[in-house]
Design a protein around this ligand. Structure first.
Ligand code: UD1
Ligand code: CA
Length: 451
């Protein structure tokens, strides 16, 4: 089935009280817009068109950053949801198959819900996503008769009887693309708001003898973000759903309520995630890996059998191969750790490659930044980096080589060599005792002077 998706993202979002366009505010480390685009993409549509307006350039940039194939159209001025959809007509009026309209400020709609709407198209020409609202507030009301949707009445235009209805419009609409645009072309703005209402297409379709129907979803899915309070609610709802999904997919979460996922976090079956772990964008964790408590991960890949933490930080470009061990107070950025590498404690590895089964001692630092440029460190296989080694990049340590503890390595170390780069130890017999006696007598003389 061919599908085109239109994502409405032109609204101002005044109530966010922000300089940032509403749909660029983040939930689960991703702009609201990306939640809508990721839902759209799950349907494998032929086209996705985003309608931008307020903050248009930044919103369009965020859309193409998500996927270059996404098209954007500017709606200026913003004359209502019907007018917004009409902006996509030049691109999609001749599109084959179905069109779905989504709002970019509504991040919790499920893929299954949209699929149910596409299925319901077999019965109705226009399908609306509705929900029973605990507090229907200012939502558009769905006027139904049996299986048929007669009209959507906007709150401003509704009679007291109509306002008493609790079955509401989520805003998501599905119809054949050609029909959608031909109906939109007939929408007028003779209503209380003076806007072109997308919702008018229901009555327009019925006038043509076509039928309209409702697919129901849980109210939680339709949470729209208009305020920072609702942004926080959407975050909480996303997280509890992501935790439930992870558990369902065979991931162990020892304290689920303390783990925070990003929109694109991917975790394999039988992975174990300890308490207080935060996933930033772009993290993949393979089956059977273990992330211990208090880790902060972003833009990294953790392979099967690897263990990370507690208290580790993996930054973008950190790639851990199978059975790598990264321990406490270790930070890794833009570095590849091959199979079986061990980095147990208090270490920074940045812009580096570490060969398989190499051991990195406590307190090792890749000194990758000279204040102006970044440089790479390359460490071979089965090498042994002694504790407190400073690797002043660019520098290479060969396979099977060893650096002595406390070394400042500024020159390449050939394979199988030992590099010692520290001052030689000088030992003075009996000096400690003589020094302490001298210091004690100085202290006693000072105390006498003060009394
Ligand atoms: C709309 C629906 C209402 C529904 C509610 C659900 C209409 C006429 N009403 O009302 O039935 O219950 O959503 O939340 O459709 N937008 C544009 N351009 C515009 C106007 C809006 O892109 O010119 C976008 C907004 O950015 C937003 C979405 O469309 O993402 C909805 O607009 P909004 O003004 O919030 O519609 P409501 O009045 O809440
Ligand atoms: Ca709204």
């Amino acid at each position: 089935m061919q599908v085109s998706v239109i994502v409405l993202a032109a609204g101002q979002g005044t109530r966010m009280n922000s300089d940032t366009p509403k749909v660029l505010h983040q939930v689960a480390a991703a702009p609201l817009l990306h939640h809508a685009l990721s839902l759209a993409q799950a349907l494998e549509p032929s086209r996705i068109v985003t309608i931008t307006g307020h903050g248009g350039e930044a919103v369009a940039a965020a859309a193409t950053a998500f996927n270059e194939a996404i098209e954007t159209v500017v709606q200026d001025p913003q004359l209502g949801t019907g007018h917004a959809v009409a902006q996509a007509a030049p691109l999609l009026a001749d599109a084959e198959g179905e069109a779905i309209v989504l709002y970019a400020d509504t991040p919790l709609i499920r893929e299954d819900t949209l699929r149910a709407m596409l299925e319901a198209r077999a019965k109705h020409a226009v399908v609306i996503l509705g929900f029973h609202a605990r507090d229907p507030g200012r939502y558009g009301r769905l006027l139904t008769k049996g299986d048929e949707l007669l009209a959507i009445r906007e709150f401003k235009d509704a009679t007291p009887e109509e306002r008493a209805i609790t079955l509401c419009n989520s805003g998501v609409i599905c119809a054949e693309a050609k029909l959608l645009f031909s109906l939109i072309a007939e929408v007028k703005n003779d209503n209380a708001a003076g806007e072109y209402y997308l919702t008018d297409i229901v009555e327009l379709a019925r006038k043509r003898g076509l039928s309209a129907g409702v697919v129901l979803c849980d109210e939680a899915e339709t949470l729209g973000v208009n305020t920072r309070q609702q942004l926080a609610e959407a975050e909480a709802a996303f997280q509890s759903r992501a935790r439930a999904d992870a558990l369902e997919n065979g991931v162990t979460l020892t304290a689920p309520e303390t783990v925070f996922f990003a929109l694109d976090t991917w975790i394999g079956r039988d992975a174990i995630i300890g308490p207080n772990v935060l996933f930033g964008p772009g993290v993949t964790v393979e089956s059977g890996a273990e992330i211990k408590g208090f880790c902060h991960l972003e833009g990294c890949h953790i392979s099967r059998g690897a263990t990370v933490g507690p208290f580790a930080r993996l930054r973008p470009g950190a790639e851990l191969a199978e059975d790598v061990h990264v321990g406490n107070f270790v930070e890794i950025k833009n570095a590849i750790l091959d199979e079986g590498v061990k980095v147990g404690h208090l270490t920074y590895l940045g812009d580096a490659h570490v060969g398989e089964f190499t051991n990195i001692g406590a307190g090792t630092v890749t000194c990758n930044y000279d204040g102006v440029m970044k440089h790479r460190t390359t460490i071979g296989k089965r090498a042994f980096i002694g504790s407190d080694t400073m690797l002043v990049a660019p520098v290479t340590v060969g396979d099977g080589a060893l650096t002595a503890s406390g070394s400042v390595i500024t020159e390449d170390v050939p394979a199988e060599a030992v590099a010692i780069a520290r001052a030689k130890q000088v030992t003075k017999p009996g000096l400690a005792t003589r020094m302490f006696e001298k210091l004690k007598s100085i202290k006693a003389a000072k105390a006498k002077g003060q009394s």
